[in-house]
Design a protein around this ligand. Structure first.
Ligand code: PLP
Length: 355
């Protein structure tokens, strides 16, 4: 096997921008580190990755990504512990999922070592950009898009894989998230691309989410496209509810992203003997539980916010408030996951990955 780490060419930035960054007031995902990794696909193969200064890229106006949306991405984070060591959380799952998305969007799959070795080399070079303060991390955005030219509606013959990183603070500025259960628009359909992290899945959510924002909500909870009867997921999070002491989440399907945070929560719950049900969850059941007081919690789970407690959900013109618990599952799972991510606790699952 070729040693990928040896093959990565590195062009360092002449000067670092790091001194201009206020690490105590980091936004989410809008300040970018000094370097990025770029890897091109042409003539039927991926060329060796190259690390270069973070910079704009030039594309032909006919590049297929602009017309047919052949674009996929991942979202992950690097964490720095008290000693300054750098960790990733289940990165091989992101690598695998990128290729699941690639396959569905007719994008050539990326060899595993290009992703893993490329990512590690980039993080080692930009190590100083990984924040150390509580709740902050380096958000990592690996993505692939069709750079090949032509207006013909067919898969491109050239692609770019890029990893860009952004030192980031918390995803939601306020802890109180208000969501709207959507009954008109759909995020995904049977046989569609909902399970892929395809750019178009997110573009399609912006308009209905904007309508929800105009009504005072921050996020939409998607329901099934068939009858809008079952809870599916949020814009960038899987959804959990707690009825009495049972934790419930929907099964993943071709409409729902197989979230890494979701499956980590399920494994922790199993280890701790928390009653869990992975099953289809009717909106009517959640509304009923809210009315009779058995609905204790509702939260989103995803890399960006880790666990995001929902304070209120709206449905058919009514708002339902969730109780404020002193000992919530949401806080418990968030602590267990972040303690593993930041190397503050044992990792019995082997999820932490040293860079
Ligand atoms: C649509 C969608 N659902 C769920 C998630 C949560 O997945 P993960 O926990 O792997 O970040 C994300 C974010 O990646 C997402 O975009």
């Amino acid at each position: 096997m070729i040693d990928m780490a040896q093959k990565i060419e590195v062009e360092k930035a002449k000067t670092s921008r790091i001194a201009s960054v206020d690490f105590d007031n980091l936004p989410f995902g809008s300040v970018f580190s000094d370097h990025m990794l770029v890897c091109n696909f042409s003539n039927g193969e991926w060329a060796a990755p190259k690390i270069m200064p973070y910079q704009p890229i030039s594309l032909d106006p006919s590049a297929k990504v602009f017309h047919y949306g052949q674009a996929i991405f991942e979202g992950m984070k690097a964490y720095k512990d008290k000693e300054g060591s750098v960790w990733l959380f289940r990165p091989e799952d992101n690598q695998r999922r990128l290729n699941v998305s690639a396959k569905r969007m007719a994008i050539p799959e990326l060899p595993k070592d290009y992703f893993m070795e490329g990512l590690k080399a980039l993080l080692q070079l930009d190590k100083d950009w990984i924040p150390q303060s509580e709740g902050s991390s380096l958000y990592i955005r690996p993505f692939i898009f069709a750079s090949g030219q032509g207006f013909h509606a067919s898969p491109a013959n050239e692609y770019k894989f890029i990893i860009a990183t952004a030192p980031s603070g918390a995803y939601f500025s306020s802890g109180k998230v208000k969501v709207l259960i959507e009954e008109v628009y759909s995020r995904a359909a049977n046989g569609g691309v909902g399970y892929a992290k395809a750019g178009g899945n997110y573009a399609g959510q912006f308009y209905p989410t904007q309508l929800a924002v105009d009504q005072g909500y921050q996020q939409v909870i998607w329901t099934d496209d068939l009858a809008h009867e079952y809870i599916e997921e949020a814009g960038a999070m899987n959804i959990f509810v707690r009825i009495n002491d049972t934790l419930i989440t929907g099964p993943v399907s071709d409409r729902i992203l197989n979230g890494i945070t979701r499956k980590s929560i399920l494994e922790i719950a199993k280890q701790e003997d928390i009653p869990v049900e992975v099953r289809k969850l009717r909106v009517s059941e959640v509304v009923e539980a809210a009315k009779n007081g058995s609905l204790k919690e509702m939260f989103g789970a995803g890399t960006a916010a880790v666990v995001s407690p929902i304070a209120t959900f709206g449905y058919r013109g009514m708002d339902y408030d969730l109780p404020e618990l002193t000992q919530s599952y949401a806080a418990h799972f968030k602590k267990r996951i972040t303690d593993i991510q930041y190397n503050r606790a044992e990792d019995p699952f082997g999820w932490r990955y040293k860079v």
